[in-house]
Design a protein around this ligand. Structure first.
Ligand code: ATP
Ligand code: MG
Ligand code: MG
Ligand code: MG
Length: 560
């Protein structure tokens, strides 16, 4: 690759909108360009990195026996209605209509489509198990697209799905994929950790997330210092929910009502380091639904709510439904949730968590809840104490770290196969729903995560396996014919020997080229300067900064 011909525009200044390192550096190195919020183009160097990651993902999955397919981005609404997720996915799903007014979605994930394929094609137990994957753009209308490639609205995902006759077979494949993921992220040069996780919208019970540890991570991971227990705090927290009659709850009851205290105040009162609260009120709106309005101190989603409220079904209310309630806008966050009928027992449990909210006008304009509506209020205060005993080994204590979720594996069970009637005929000639697993990797997010873990004040330090090019040959003085000649020769020689090499043949000062080389993050600089008089070039290691004078003849061996 010749810099003189390369379409790259590096930036001296960091664009204002960039908060985290990977976003800043990928923009500055000219690897990605923003089109709109959460939507990016990949420039030649950036696209090479993305393809390298894709390549590693492909190799490892193919080796593990999965088969690559490509499914449509555009999917008919009917399939999503069949699975029940048309309503459940809420505003995160990008929806559109065609000219005949038929509804479509831009795929946020592909369980429905892949299950539709398999139910049509696979009939017998003899054809199972199978594991199909694809690498493709996904669309999610994230509430807060941010951090560049980390949380986009259009992003690359590897999504894979396996189909099985029985639990043993599913378990085997789950482990197989777990191992493939370890290989993939190791080969990408990342430091990561598998943690127990929530099952999210996708469903199922057993699930692990692969977390790349970095301060900018949006997730918090708790891990034990003695055993291998590690969990996403979303999951870990449920173990620390204040239980009825527990000491913690007694403490909570002492908190004055109505609850006008900030979380920090409550945390201080309880003498704990960290506290997350979700305050909510609940009232009956129709025969079969309770409307719950949540003011969350962090983003509330269906799964968190399910765990929090201990119910099996929650559905996000749409804006119109929330609008109708004539809310006191100052108090409530934007999230409304519709709950299927919940047992009286659950309501009673909720009452145990009441900490206030019954003042006139507190939540609802001109009302006192208990009078005008059948309102129950509750708050659930979840306490996580760092330094708490590990729930697994009860020996170690829990520490916390920030993590970037680069992948997740799930055992889905029969959730989708039952909804979509994806059956097979078993050995006894009977119809039975297939068991499914699903396996995601954020390919573009992995690119960002790699930068979060590998950079310095001069720029990116790509791990060799995913660097856009390995070597940058830099003639120091473009007016010096001999230097240019040697540089060209080395460039051609390395290229012919299969090394991914660039030559910075731009008529610019050496310092300028060095800066670009470091910003872009080539693992190796080969500097062709005055040393050629004694037959030597300087080789600089981007990561360690080590410099070495190498005989020109020896360069290829040295690089290899
Ligand atoms: P998150 O918790 O970060 O929103 P998720 O759990 O919703 O992610 P999954 O449904 O598990 O995501 O999708 C599989 C993988 O796709 C994730 O592990 C993550 O690496 C990646 N991913 C998800 N959402 C995005 C996004 N908005 N931008 C980039 N990558 C994403
Ligand atoms: Mg998400
Ligand atoms: Mg997640
Ligand atoms: Mg996930």
């Amino acid at each position: 690759m010749r810099f003189s011909k390369l379409f790259v525009h590096t930036l001296k200044e960091t664009p204002k909108e960039a908060e985290v390192i990977s976003h800043k550096l990928l923009l500055r190195a000219g690897m990605i360009k923003k089109l709109a919020s959460g939507i990016y183009s990949y420039m030649p160097l950036g696209y090479r990195v993305l393809r390298k990651i894709e390549g590693i993902v492909r190799e490892e999955l193919d080796k593990a026996g999965a088969q690559e397919i490509l499914m449509p981005v555009l999917q008919p609404a009917e399939l999503w209605q069949e699975s029940g997720r048309w309503d459940k996915m809420g505003d995160e799903m990008m929806r559109m209509t065609d000219r005949h007014n038929r509804n479509f979605v831009l795929g946020p994930t592909h369980e429905e489509v892949v299950t539709d394929i398999v139910r049509r094609e696979v009939k017998s137990y003899k054809e199972l198990p199978i594991n199909l994957y694809q690498i493709q753009l996904k669309y999610r209308d994230e509430r807060r697209p941010r951090f560049g490639l980390m949380r986009g609205r259009e992003f690359f995902m590897k999504d894979g799905y396996s189909f099985h006759t029985d639990e043993d077979s599913l378990e085997k494949e789950y482990q197989n994929m777990h191992e493939a993921y370890n290989n993939i992220f190791s080969r990408c040069g990342l430091t990561f950790r598998a943690v127990e996780a929530d099952s999210g919208n996708i469903g199922g019970d057993t699930t692990h997330e692969i977390m790349v540890l970095a301060d900018s991570g949006e997730d918090e991971v708790l891990y034990c210092d003695k055993c291998e227990y590690a969990a996403n705090i979303e999951k870990a927290e449920s173990k620390f929910v204040a239980k009825e009659n527990s000491e913690e709850l007694k403490e909570l009851e002492k908190v004055e009502t109505p609850n006008k205290k900030s979380i920090e105040e409550v945390a201080e009162f309880l003498g704990v380091e960290k506290i997350n609260t979700v305050k909510a009120m609940i009232f009956k709106t129709e025969e079969e639904f309770y409307m719950v309005l949540i003011r969350g101190d962090y983003e509330v989603n269906e799964v968190k709510l399910k765990n929090l409220l201990k119910v099996s079904e929650v559905t996000l209310a749409n804006d119109a439904e929330i609008e109708k309630l004539n809310l006191h806008k100052g108090f409530l966050g934007p999230v409304g949730v519709k709950l299927k009928i919940i047992a009286d027992e659950t309501i009673k449990n909720m009452k145990n968590y009441v900490t206030g909210g019954n003042d006139i006008d507190n939540h609802y304009i001109n009302t006192n809840h208990n009078k005008d509506y059948s309102v129950e209020t509750f708050a659930d205060i979840r306490i996580v104490k760092l330094g708490e005993k590990c729930p697994r080994c009860s020996d170690g204590v829990l520490n916390s770290a920030r993590g970037i979720e680069v992948g997740q594996i799930f055992k889905l069970g029969t959730k989708y196969s039952e909804a979509l009637k994806c059956n097979f005929i078993n050995e006894n000639g009977r119809q039975q729903p297939m068991l499914m697993g699903c396996y995601g990797i954020g390919v573009s997010r992995t690119m960002a995560a790699a930068v979060e873990q590998n950079y310095d004040e001069s720029g990116i330090i790509w791990p060799i396996s995913i660097a856009p090019y390995i070597v940058d040959v830099i003639p120091v003085n473009m007016k010096d014919k001999e230097q240019v000649e040697v540089a060209e020769k080395l460039y051609n020689n390395l290229k012919e020997n299969g090394i991914e090499v660039a030559i910075d043949d731009r008529k610019e000062r050496a310092g300028f080229k060095f800066k670009d080389a470091d910003l872009i993050g080539f693992p190796v600089k080969v500097i062709v300067g005055k040393g050629i008089a004694t037959g030597k070039v300087e080789v600089v290691n981007r990561k360690t900064g080590e410099k070495e004078d190498i005989e020109i003849e020896e360069l290829l061996n040295y690089i290899n």
